[in-house]
Design a protein around this ligand. Structure first.
Ligand SMILES: NC(=O)c1ccc[n+]([C@@H]2O[C@H](COP(=O)([O-])OP(=O)(O)OC[C@H]3O[C@@H](n4cnc5c(N)ncnc54)[C@H](OP(=O)(O)O)[C@@H]3O)[C@@H](O)[C@H]2O)c1
Length: 320
């Protein structure tokens, strides 16, 4: 936003704070008049990126955007047939595309460990990692290791994966955590991470774990000096996930929802251009955004520390 005229900056901030216009398809339609330039054609040639949750919606659009820029893309899904079908489709659509299927349930910490071992043995260097897999389950459920599902898929699995892949991340690699604007409605919790208080709501668990992703991204930015670590939110995007998890919202917003390509735009742009960023590294529509609302004071460091301690204990990833 540096160098942006004051009126444009005000219009941009208005779109962000007023939520409905900014998060809908109007956001990118207006902002593309002033946002930074598109990545140069071929700017991802020779770069290898892993995208989780690639078999649907925004994840598929991220893979497509990266392939268009010349990247080699490892598409990670949890279902072998679905993942192989995606690879076949992407190769057919983009002649010469280098796409590799990866199968792993991101919420299963044992699966993440064994998949990551094979991946690091097969792959020398990774230039991009996108934690995009996400879920909004109606009922509380637990993974093989006994963790609540949204905590495992959004927080513990990606945290463990980042640690296990850290040694193969290129010195200028970018890591993007796909959070959600819904995280604005949730403070960071350092107690009851597993949502055992008996008042489970999928929407609340989703928002709380999306907040945790933003905090974790800022922590990984600190732990991986030289690399570019960001969190982002895609706005409101028409995907199977929205139709299945929040059908009322999808029906209400209908024509105002963004396309998956709109939702993927900032992630692809971040990976390709790797802009300078300052903590807490939260981005939306090609600009850095506040991660807490005006009347909040940012994250309480003690609460962040207790949260990180719990994540370290759950994943076995030692704090650096
Ligand atoms: N759509 C929106 O408006 C919106 C708004 C804010 C944030 N987001 C975030 O954007 C990301 C993508 O959302 P979307 O709307 O594209 O959702 P989607 O269509 O439901 O896609 C979610 C993807 O995550 C995968 N996934 C779920 N659990 C997994 C697991 N345990 N292991 C591996 N992969 C798993 C799904 O795999 P399957 O294909 O096997 O189900 C699917 O590929 C999510 O993190 C979501 O929270 C979306």
């Amino acid at each position: 936003m540096i160098g942006m005229p004051t009126l444009t900056r005000l219009a941009d901030a208005f779109l962000d704070r007023s939520v409905v216009p900014g998060y809908s398809r109007l956001g990118p339609a207006l902002r593309q008049r002033w946002w930074p330039a598109d990545p140069a054609p071929g700017s991802m040639a020779g770069r290898r990126v892993l995208v989780t949750g690639a078999t649907s919606g925004i994840g598929t659009a991220i893979a497509e955007g990266l392939l268009e820029l010349g990247a080699t893309v490892h598409v990670l899904g949890r279902n072998r047939t679905k993942t192989d079908d995606l690879v076949a489709r992407l190769v057919a659509e983009t002649p010469g595309a280098e796409v590799v299927a990866e199968v792993c349930d991101v919420g299963d910490l044992d699966a993440v460990r064994s998949w990551a071992q094979g991946f690091t043995e097969r792959v020398g260097t990774l230039h991009g990692l996108v934690h995009n897999a996400g879920a909004l389950p109606p009922e509380r459920s637990e993974t093989a290791q006994g963790h609540e599902l949204t905590l495992a898929v959004h927080v513990l699995g990606p945290h463990l994966m980042t640690a296990l892949l850290a040694d193969v991340l290129a010195p200028d690699a970018a890591v993007v955590w796909m959070s959600s604007g819904g995280m604005y409605g949730a403070g960071l919790r350092d107690d009851d991470l597993e949502f055992t208080d008996g008042e489970y709501s999928g929407v609340r668990a989703y928002a709380r774990t999306k907040r945790m992703q933003v905090v974790l991204a800022a922590e990984w930015a600190r732990r991986l000096p030289g690399r570019h670590v960001y969190s982002t939110h895609p706005g409101w995007v028409a995907t199977d996930g929205v139709t299945a998890s929040i059908p009322g919202f999808g029906a209400l917003m209908g024509p105002l929802l963004r396309t998956p390509a709109d939702g993927a735009d900032t992630t692809v742009w971040l990976l390709a251009t790797r802009p300078a960023s300052r903590s807490p590294h939260f981005w939306h529509d090609r600009a850095q955004r506040p991660s807490t609302l005006g009347w909040e004071r940012g994250q309480d460091p003690l609460r962040v520390r207790r949260f990180l301690d719990q994540v370290a204990a759950d994943t076995g990833v030692a704090q650096r």
